[in-house]
Design a binder for this molecule. Sequence first.
Ligand code: CDP
Length: 226
Amino acid sequence: MTKIAVAIDGPAAAGKSTVAKKVAEIKGYTYIDTGAMYRAFTWYCLEKGIDCQDEAACVALITKVNIELKPNHVVICNGKDVSREIREPRVSSQVSYIASYKDIRLALVELQRKMADTDSVIMDGRDIGTYVLPNADVKIFQIASVETRAVRRYEENISKGIQCTLEEIDADVRKRDYIDSHREFAPLKAAPDSVLLDTSYMTVDEVVQNVIDIIDAKIEEKEKRA
Ligand code: CDP
């Protein structure tokens, strides 16, 4: 089988992980949720009572943390299953500070690149096409209007039993987008060779089919060249 790397980047709550999970299942690729790694580290800092805006204090903890992504989207941090906790608003509201620290990014990116070494992968995040996997075969930049994204995340949280209001989620999404796209190191931006996918008026299945069509065209091209 042709080894493939797919990068999906885009702003908060654009539906990247929903699409990436489905594409991974259909194509048999390994799905790597890089946001879950930043979230798990943020959860750990909060557990330790660290102020997430104190860069030195957060960076000092990075060597103490072992983050594992398991099948079925289970996230383990130092042996504890934190899959649910990392989605809580208290983590979402702090994660973009943590993700702006270069030393933390370097440590997590090293892990992410190792995961992509052997298997065909689909990885979603903010800097996958621009920094983590600059040679990815397929790069998608998935967007939707901020209002659509806030409603999607609100409904997702409610269905998971995570208490929140739409106003709170809307503010969180806008704040994270601002911090993520203005940070100095590996900010959120579309790679020049990425395909822009505006999903505001598309169903999940339509987006998944679009991504699969792009991947299949790439595989055909790769196999012809081989
Ligand atoms: O699911 P959602 O789009 O809300 O976010 P996520 O993918 O779980 O990522 C959470 C946060 O982690 C983002 O807002 C970024 O601050 C950070 N992140 C990042 O900086 N780089 C990545 N490759 C992935 C996530």
